[in-house]
Design a protein around this ligand. Sequence first.
Ligand SMILES: Nc1ncnc2c1ncn2[C@@H]1O[C@H](COP(=O)(O)OP(=O)(O)OP(=O)(O)O)[C@@H](O)[C@H]1O
Length: 264
Amino acid sequence: MSTTTTIPGSATAAVALSGVTKVYGRGGDAVVALDRVSLDVAPGEFVCLVGASGCGKSTLLNLVAGLDTTSGGDILVAGDARPGLMFQEPALFPWLTVGANVEVPLKLRGLPSATRKARVAELLDTVHLGDFARRRPHELSGGMRQRVALARTLALDTPVLLMDEPFGALDAMTRDILHDELERLWRGRNAAGEPLTVVFVTHNVREAARLADRIVLLSSRPGRVIYETRVEVTRPRRIDSPEVAAVAADVTDRLRAEVGRHGH
Ligand SMILES: Nc1ncnc2c1ncn2[C@@H]1O[C@H](COP(=O)(O)OP(=O)(O)OP(=O)(O)O)[C@@H](O)[C@H]1O
């Protein structure tokens, strides 16, 4: 049915889902992945989506990204740009240098060469990879490759960043550093009056409590919003702080109860 649309100049929500349903397949084989999900994400807000495996988190992001169409309901995304999407795998072009990878979206946007070079340098500095422009992806660590992927996504100059378990494959220390960097970058954009709205999917409740303004818990399949909580812990946060642990414990209890009810 309907698909992603643009909200012209909307000041209220950067992303708005209204009664979104997604059914894969037909007849007896049909799988209801999402069931009437409604969710408004404010401009500049950082929302983490958590839920049991298979509850439809990736489906929801893919729908907002416009990679797939809904079976019912509406999704509205503010602004002209398509949302940027980042996955667990950085999916870089291995034959291109780091700089050339980041340049790809700028080329696709038709920007002139000098503008592209300056923007690539700026973006690589933002993710602390200013000295690595001429390297190739295989010469970098997993965390560095994910930073390149982040720089490439930011090159879209999108106001909406959709992140699907982006740090799920990284070790705890690297993930911790990338949490700090993402938070710094996101806060910097908001402080500069260029709001960056983030919808971040994770299995890791601690990670959600570390990063989110708001955590949204989806039920086991079919995914529905069953709980939301604002994370009031002062930023910058530490993943091992008692305040973050307390938020994570609350959400984990609710997630356990949900998984217990459904057996998955
Ligand atoms: N293309 C597809 N065709 C049929 N079923 C699908 C398709 N994509 C996803 N599904 C099903 O829809 C449900 C939701 O999948 P989705 O990947 O969105 O969940 P998820 O919450 O992101 O899972 P995980 O946490 O394990 O990554 C699952 O039962 C999945 O098997």
